[in-house]
Design a protein around this ligand. Structure first.
Ligand code: ZN
Length: 498
């Protein structure tokens, strides 16, 4: 085998991996949106077969032999192919480090745990979920030990979602946010409250569906390659430039919820579908990390979607589809969409308090993984942190520690990427504003000017660059969270006349 043949083999292998991932992803999307209740029975079988095929394909003898060959010939490879080898090598090491029997036991545990978590949440009874959470943390800690015995286990987990992220970086980042967001929130709480009555204006669901399509067009998502599904917890999933599924939910008395979840998921889809064409069907296609992904989704949701100019742009569409909203000016709408107050639920939190919800979870995860706190005491710790960071009392587990699904699925280390993404987005806005009249582009409804900038600086790279390097190149300098806190101070000083 020569290097050219090896790269051809790599292309074939990654196409097969794409195909299996595509099939499984479509099945999961189908499950979340339209599949009938009992379809879980055949789907369980099919997913079992496909995931075993996928595991064997990616970590079997042939793939590992190819990887070894390519690693020995790195200097003959292009920068793109070297990165592909690097990504595969990292994934293969992680997967193969875990003994198969433990991997299977863990899959069974998380499969069961998600059902138990749902029941515990409905009954607001942490005790039901507690033994599962304890076991999940134990497994995760052991897996980290297998894959990276020399590293701190929580650092290893953070790196799974945001390559290069460590607790040291998180500490600096969260400290700088806390120092400025906590006093800012105190000022907002002391200010005259914003009138949010218009947010509960009844907005018929068929009209909200039409609104979602109009917003999709404004955001620049092509109808022929992106579809909107309806689910309880919105998400998006992208398979190639030509096949993107975003989701939302509709509540008649809360139209802003679907409006902003649509813009958020649309941001994910835009990122996913604009990798360089040459990366299609390879491991370089799509978004590079959760943090960078959230920087794009939250950019469209908050920085663009909650700007004065966007609200003015959307107002004629909103009043056409829901004439009762004619009673409110664009200014009133803008203030209502930016109302901020401490609340219990992360997914419903406003832009200002959102990072405080993330910090609570970061402190919890750190303590859980270190073993500093007994699983029985976790709700107490959660409630104390909500009191400390947000100044509110948590009434029960349902509105407290049981609210998110992440831990039941084993996703420990994921949360910090949400806050990091928000901060990345604000610094991108600063950089973009040096060469582009961002507010002007939104005012004239020409969001393509913004998306071309993001495509050029972020999207087209796919997974080629590591997240921190990608962002530093886009910023043309180091990451600095002060851009984010400056942005929040400016916006909320305006919204609340501080
Ligand atoms: Zn998101």
């Amino acid at each position: 085998m020569n290097t050219k043949e090896a790269v051809n083999k790599l292309n074939e292998l990654e196409l097969k991996e794409f195909a299996l991932g595509h099939a499984m992803g479509i099945m999961s999307y189908d499950d979340e949106t339209v599949a009938p209740k009992t379809s879980y029975i055949p789907r369980g079988k099919t997913m079992g077969v496909l995931s075993e095929m996928s595991y064997n394909l990616s970590t079997g003898e042939e793939a590992m032999g190819l990887l070894d060959y390519l690693k020995e010939h790195m200097d003959e490879l292009s920068a793109e192919d070297r990165r592909r080898v690097e990504i595969r090598d990292k994934q293969a090491r992680e997967l193969r480090a875990i003994p198969v029997d433990e991997y299977v036991a863990y899959s069974e545990l998380t499969n069961e745990a998600s059902g138990v978590w749902r029941e515990a949440k409905n009954k607001s009874d942490y005790k039901l979920f507690e033994p599962y959470l304890g076991k999940i943390v134990d497994f995760q800690r052991r897996f980290a030990g297998y894959a990276a015995p020399d590293r701190d286990p929580y650092d290893y987990m953070l790196d799974l979602y945001e390559e290069g992220l460590t607790q040291e970086k998180c500490e600096v980042f969260f400290r700088s946010l806390r120092e400025r967001i906590v006093p800012l929130l105190e000022r907002v709480k002391a200010a005259e409250p914003v009138d949010t009555g218009l947010l509960s204006t009844p907005f018929p669901i068929p009209a909200q569906r039409e609104l979602a399509h109009r917003l999709m067009t404004i955001e620049g998502l092509p109808e022929e390659s992106v579809i909107i599904g309806e689910v309880e917890h919105p998400f998006s999933t992208g398979f190639s430039k030509y096949d993107n599924r975003i989701t939302t939910h509709y509540y008649e008395d809360n139209f802003a919820s679907s409006m902003y979840s649509l813009l958020h998921e649309g941001g994910h889809a835009l990122y996913d579908m604009h990798s360089d064409d040459r990366y299609s069907f390879t491991s370089l296609n799509g978004g590079v990390s959760m943090g960078v992904h959230e920087s794009q989704s939250r950019f469209y949701e908050n920085i663009i979607g909650r700007s004065r100019e966007f609200v003015e742009l959307a107002r004629p569409v909103l009043t056409e589809l829901c004439p009762a909203l004619n009673a409110y000016s664009g200014e009133q709408m803008w203030r209502a969409f930016n109302a901020a107050a401490p609340s219990l639920i992360r997914t419903e939190a406003d832009e200002l308090t959102y990072p405080l919800h993330i910090m609570v979870r970061y402190e919890m995860e750190k303590a859980m993984v270190k073993g500093d706190v007994k699983t029985a005491e976790l709700p107490e710790m959660w409630n104390a942190l909500y009191k400390e960071y947000l100044g509110i009392d948590v009434p029960d587990d349902k509105n407290g520690i049981l609210q998110d699904s992440h831990w039941s699925g084993g996703a420990i280390g994921y949360f910090p990427s949400y806050a990091l993404g928000s901060a990345y987005g604000a610094q991108l806005l600063c950089k973009m504003s040096e060469t582009l009249d961002v507010a002007g582009a939104v005012r004239e409804g020409n969001l393509s000017k913004i998306s071309r900038w993001l495509e050029e600086k972020i999207w087209k790279y796919g997974c080629l660059l590591k997240p921190a390097e990608l962002m530093e190149r886009a910023f043309e300098g180091p990451f600095d969270p002060n851009h984010y806190t400056d942005y929040l101070e400016k916006k909320f000083a305006e919204a609340y006349n501080l």
